[in-house]
Design a protein around this ligand. Sequence first.
Ligand code: GTP
Ligand code: MG
Length: 197
Amino acid sequence: MTNNKNIIQFVACDCVGKTSTLMTYYEGQDPYPRIPTVYDCTEQEFVCKKKKYFVEFWDYVDYGDREKLRIYQFKKSEMFVLLYHPFKPHTFKKLRTVFLDVIRSVCEDPYLVVVATFSHQWEDEEILNKMEKENKKPIMREQGIEFNKEIKGLGFFEVSTKKVNELQQVFQQILTVFFEEKQKRKKKNSSFFSKLF
Ligand SMILES: Nc1nc2c(ncn2[C@@H]2O[C@H](COP(=O)(O)OP(=O)(O)OP(=O)(O)O)[C@@H](O)[C@H]2O)c(=O)[nH]1
Ligand SMILES: [Mg+2]
């Protein structure tokens, strides 16, 4: 039997890699050329502990002030994948200063995960040296892990569209932790209500 829809919203500044991450998961490669997203939705069935779930991944662009669109999208979502680009520190900052507040204002107890994109660039000396010369600091893994703890997220993950297998495994892990946590909360709520009545 397939359970109801489970809507997973991708959240990030533009150019962080929302669409290419999703497309690499689905199609095994980064799409080319890049097209800024207005709104997109991809669907899949996912099996976790012998149960079949229907998942929708929602993807949208976040240029400028998109407050109304954000609220509209976020209200309908249950799980939020918060993505940032470690070499563009403002994309990490905005998760905390903008996106999280909006999510919490429309969703009482959201399921959250934190994902750093462009992970292969940690091996790129040129990029690291360039940042150092410009006196800029990348967002370190530890900061991503700490952020996930602070917001009581379900996990911190790293992806790169250049590492397809790893990326696809990360998606499996994200979906698994989501559905496991959902089951846990369901059990907790039902035992709470059974004590009441
Ligand atoms: N080298 C490299 N490029 C990546 C990676 N992830 C994304 N990109 C590239 O980064 C660019 C932006 O990616 P998108 O997926 O379009 O970003 P987005 O967050 O969906 O952007 P908007 O739709 O404008 O909000 C694209 O050219 C991708 O090919 C990665 O891990 N490595
Ligand atoms: Mg996009």
